[in-house]
Structures are given as structure tokens and as C-alpha cells.
Ligand binder design. Structure first.
Ligand code: CUA
Length: 428
């Protein structure tokens, strides 16, 4: 081998070695399938490790043999031609039997794992219906009567059984550290179940190409203590803040006496809807929305691990009037007759019963918007309402900003959008 030729191989080989050693430096890989945190993950993990060890043994044996033969039988001065022969029954039986035994060692634990993970979930499992949409996730908890979007809450130690379906094309449900991938198929319900074993926040992904914003179809998973899950579920069942029906006539029973959660009393008299469906004008003494920030039924924002906070940049051309300060009460009044209600539902708001888009009942309590790609704060919410297609390619939600250019004309000023965002943010 000439010196030039040697250098040609040496440089890429050293570069590869450097990359490999650097990639081993990351001690924590939040989206890795290794280091599982559920019973499902542990089963798959232990199978993977077993197979890697078996594979490594075979690899080392075969490579040692190859190197040994290459060296021992290399061309040397004075070598005679090797003895030529045809057929060797011992060798042939050997190289048939050995792989068969190796395959048996791989097949037994693999089939065992398939049966374990494909078995029916225990009947006591928490049922979650996962519905894929282009490009967001709908989560329903039929045992609790809850519908939410893009954020899953699961109690640690209790099996969660997911029934997977899709509203449109194929998607795939995947939380790398909790489960394997499973497809969402049209006209067929797929199942996957696992039992989370530690409390934390995780990233979820769509793992099947499903169109323009496939990469923007993400979700978050919060595994919490059972008591926290119960608190979350109870809170999710309540109506949205400020969603109360028309103010009762003097002397009528109060809302709480009728069993409506107290949280709905906050803005009882604001912008209520008459039975005929028209919006009644707000009364003169408009109460201020007194939205509590102390709802502890959601994962605390300040404890969110860094890797679940999305860092998607917003489009440079999309700006927002910084002087527009939103008013939640005005936003609520506007929302009740806005086009938003054609696609979105808010529990307790009779006019908002849309099912095309995510349920917004407690949208303010979620950590992200737009299928997990932006943090849920006023700034991102305002930009999203102003021009969703610019924020997320292919978004089915149209733009609403008056001066924005797109497939449909926008109708709202930045001030109106700020009001809407303030209202939605208040729905903790
Ligand atoms: Cu949904 Cu990819």
C-alpha cells in the first residue's frame, strides 16, 4: 500500500472514530429508546440487550476466524497450491446446525416478547382513545369523560391501554422511552399498552409519514403520581373558566347548588349566550376574569425538563403589534361567535361544539400548542391565531389576521387576536 493510499483511508477512519467517541459522550438522551421507563420498555430493552450480546458473540467469532484465515493462508514465497477437494459432510452439517441453534436462541425470547406485548391489557387498565389527525393528536379518556389534545397524563404504576384510530391518513403513535411504535390505521383499531414506572415528562412523536407537517405532529406525556392524575382528571372534567350558562334569575338556585363546578362562577354574567344562540350583550358591571394560576392539577411549568420545551422558530415575516394587550373577557365574548367555534369545542360553552380541531376546554393548562411545536404562551398563541398556516405548513386552521395573505382572508385585528389569546390562555 502506498503512503498516499494509506492517508486516503486514515483520514476518514480517524474522523469516524472521533464521531463515534463524541456520540458516546451524551449521557442523557431524552428521545432514545434505551433507558426505558415502562414495563413495555423494560421487556423490549432486555430483549434488545440479549440480541446485541448474542450478535456480538457471533460477530467476534466470525471476524476472528476470517482474520486468522487471512493471515495464516496469505500468499507467501514458496507456497504450494492448496489441496483441491469436493464436498465435506462434517463442514456442511456444521454450518447448517450452528446458525439453526443461533436462530433458536434468538427466536425463543423474541416470540415470548411478542406474546407478552401483544396480549390483551388487564381490564383494570386506564383506557385512552388516541385519534390521529393531520397534524395533531386527540386523546379521550372514556372512563373519565375527558377529551384533550396533544398532552397525555398517565398515572405511574397503572397500565394505560391505548386504542389507536385515525380520522384521516396513517399515523404512528410513539413515545420512545415508554413504548414501541404502533400505527394508527383507517377503519381499524390498533392497541398498545404499557405501565409507566416513573414520574416525569416525555416527548411523543408521529412515526409514520402523514403529509406536509408530519414532523410537526408531536405530543407531550406527563407521567404523574396516581393522586395527581386523579386531580388532573377531576379538573379536566370541569367546565372551562367563564363558560357558565346565562346568569340565573334572582332567587334561582346557584350554579354550585346545581352541581356545576365552582370554577365556572368566575365570569357568570359575561357575554352569555341566550337559548336562541345569540350572544347577549355583557352587563354593565362586567366582572374581571379572576383566573387562578394556582391550579395544581397540571404538570408545573417551572419543573418542565428542558427537552420537552419546543424551540421551533416563528416565521420572521409574521409580526404582532406589541402594544395590543389582550383582555380575556372581551376575548371570551368574541370567541363565542367567532369562526373558531365551527372547529373547536369548549366544555360548557354551548356555541363551541366543533370537533374538527382540538378540544380547547383547558387549553391554557397545556404546555404547548400546534401539535407540540410551540410553547403555549401569549406570544405564540397570538401568532398562531394570526396566521397558523405560516406557523405550521399545511395547517388546516386558516389564518385570522386581517392583513395576512393566504388562501382565505383574515378578519381580526391584532387587538382582537390578543383578546382571543388572553381568553384561551385563561382556560387553565
Ligand atoms: Cu402523523 Cu406523521
Amino acid at each position: 500500500m502506498t503512503r498516499d493510499l494509506r492517508m486516503r483511508w486514515l483520514t476518514p477512519a480517524l474522523a469516524l472514530l472521533l464521531v463515534l467517541s463524541l456520540s458516546a459522550c451524551t449521557s442523557f438522551t431524552p428521545n432514545s429508546i434505551f433507558g426505558a421507563h415502562s414495563q413495555f420498555g423494560h421487556i423490549v430493552d432486555s430483549l434488545t440487550r440479549k440480541l446485541v450480546v448474542l450478535g456480538a458473540i457471533v460477530f467476534v467469532l466470525v471476524e476472528t476466524l476470517i482474520v486468522f484465515i487471512l493471515v495464516k493462508f496469505r500468499e507467501r514465497d514458496g507456497n504450494r497450491e492448496a489441496k483441491q477437494f469436493h464436498g465435506n459432510a462434517t463442514l456442511e452439517i456444521g454450518w447448517t446446525l450452528v446458525p439453526a441453534i443461533i436462530l433458536a436462541f434468538i427466536a425463543v425470547p423474541t416470540i415470548k416478547t411478542i406474546f407478552e406485548t401483544e396480549a390483551k391489557a388487564p381490564p383494570s387498565a386506564l383506557q385512552v382513545e388516541v385519534i390521529g389527525h393531520q397534524w395533531w393528536w386527540e386523546f379521550r379518556y372514556p372512563q373519565y369523560g375527558i377529551t384533550t389534545a396533544n398532552e397525555l397524563y398517565l398515572p405511574v404504576g397503572r397500565t394505560a391501554n391505548f386504542a389507536l384510530t385515525t380520522k384521516d391518513v396513517l399515523h404512528s403513535f410513539w413515545i420512545p422511552q415508554l413504548d414501541g411504535k404502533r400505527d394508527l390505521i383507517s377503519n381499524h383499531t390498533n392497541y398498545i399498552w404499557f405501565t409507566p414506572d416513573s414520574a416525569f415528562a416525555w416527548n411523543g412523536f408521529c412515526a409514520e409519514y402523514c403529509g406536509t407537517s408530519h414532523a410537526n405532529m408531536r405530543f407531550k406525556v406527563f407521567t404523574v403520581a396516581p393522586a395527581e392524575f386523579d386531580a388532573w382528571a377531576a379538573h379536566q372534567k370541569t367546565n372551562a373558566v367563564g363558560s357558565a350558562p346565562p346568569a340565573p334569575a334572582p332567587g334561582a338556585a346557584t350554579d354550585s347548588a346545581k352541581g356545576t363546578p365552582p370554577v365556572t362562577k368566575i365570569a357568570t354574567a359575561v357575554g352569555t349566550t341566550t337559548p336562541a344562540g345569540e350572544v347577549a350583550p355583557p352587563p354593565v358591571a362586567t366582572p374581571v376574569m379572576n383566573v387562578s394560576d394556582t391550579v395544581s392539577a397540571t404538570f408545573p411549568r417551572n419543573k418542565l425538563p428542558e427537552w420537552v420545551i419546543p424551540k421551533t422558530p416563528t416565521p420572521a415575516a409574521l409580526t404582532f403589534d406589541a402594544s395590543a394587550t389582550g383582555d380575556a373577557t372581551r376575548g371570551m365574548t368574541l370567541f363565542r361567535t367567532a369562526p373558531c367555534i365551527a372547529c373547536h369545542a369548549i366544555r360548557g360553552v354551548p356555541t363551541a361544539q366543533g370537533i374538527v380541531g382540538p378540544n380547547l376546554t383547558h387549553v391554557g393548562g397545556r404546555t404547548t400548542i400546534a401539535g407540540g411545536i410551540y410553547p403555549n404562551d401569549l406570544h405564540h398563541l397570538e401568532l398562531w391565531i394570526k396566521n397558523a398556516p405560516a406557523m405550521k405548513p399545511g395547517s388546516l386552521m386558516p389564518l385570522f389576521g386581517k392583513a395576512e395573505k393566504g388562501a382565505t382572508p383574515g378578519v381580526y385585528t391584532d387587538q382582537q387576536i390578543a383578546d382571543l389569546a388572553a381568553y384561551l390562555s385563561s382556560l387553565k
